[in-house]
Design a protein around this ligand. Structure first.
Ligand code: PXP
Length: 246
């Protein structure tokens, strides 16, 4: 039987709420523990350069939690010297390299791998040699897929923001673009993930693409948790994904 599509739960926005008041509550590590118990296959956290949500101490605690639980930690980070050293120190299951601009509200687009081949090549090899799976967060573009293979990444995560935020014909067109990029990435041997802006409906549609092995979802699930609780939000998301993928 084919492996079920994995759900990585991004707990960044639990830290956003905690940091609004300082202090310890709500604790993203507690949310991660609860997410794993509720059906998440792994935990995703973005350590941003400005530490606006997840902190170094959170990464330390999440690494310990995931190691104890035997579940993957997917560390999202910009490829700076500081983040590279943090990744090498913690050796998470996976690192997802994302572009980062301080003034952005969220990760607004994919990494331009094509324009940064030489900057990416050696760090990607070093991370891989350290036993870390390297994923590149890219827009659904064939040029970026080819560039990702060129730098030796094992995984690409497609930025689904454009698809999720569009409506009607534009959404259809964005989904077709995503489908073509997913098929191509799979054909060239990359493991395919997707994320950004997904909700029950869009996650279910992306889950109809059999080449997609993992979805990473944060903002919507943490928002839903306010109304129905984190366990129920994750259970509903699992149902949406598993139902579509059947
Ligand atoms: N994947 C990556 C690489 C991201 O940067 C983000 C946002 O931090 C997500 C997935 C999750 O996006 P969202 O919070 O919109 O579900």
């Amino acid at each position: 039987m084919a492996e079920r599509m994995r759900l990585g739960v991004n707990i960044d926005h639990v830290a956003t709420v905690r940091n609004a008041r300082g202090g310890q509550h709500p604790d993203p590590v507690r949310a991660a523990e609860q997410a794993l118990a509720a059906g998440a296959d792994g935990i995703t956290a973005h350590l941003r350069e400005d530490r606006r949500h997840i902190t170094d101490a959170d990464i330390e605690a999440l690494s310990a939690l995931c190691a104890t639980a035997g579940r993957p930690l997917n560390l999202e980070m910009a490829l700076t010297q500081e983040m590279f050293e943090i990744a090498m120190r913690h050796r998470p299951h996976a690192v997802c390299i994302v572009p980062e601009r301080r003034e952005e509200v969220t990760t607004e687009g994919g990494l331009n791998v094509r324009a940064n081949l030489s900057q990416l090549f050696f760090p990607v090899q070093q991370l891989k040699e350290a036993g870390i799976r390297v994923s590149l967060f890219i827009d659904p573009s064939k040029e970026q897929v080819m560039a990702a293979t060129g730098v030796g990444a094992q995984v690409v995560e497609f930025h689904t923001g454009r698809y999720c935020h569009a409506e009607g014909d534009r959404r259809r067109a964005a989904f077709e673009e995503l489908t073509a990029a997913v098929e191509m990435a799979d054909a060239v041997g990359l493991e395919v993930h997707a994320g950004h802006g997904l909700d029950y409906e869009t996650a279910a549609e992306v889950a109809t693409l059999p080449q997609v092995r993992e979805l990473n979802i944060g903002h919507f699930l943490i928002g839903e948790a306010i109304f129905i609780g984190l366990d129920a939000a994750i259970a509903r998301m699992r149902e949406a994904i598993d139902g579509a993928a059947r």
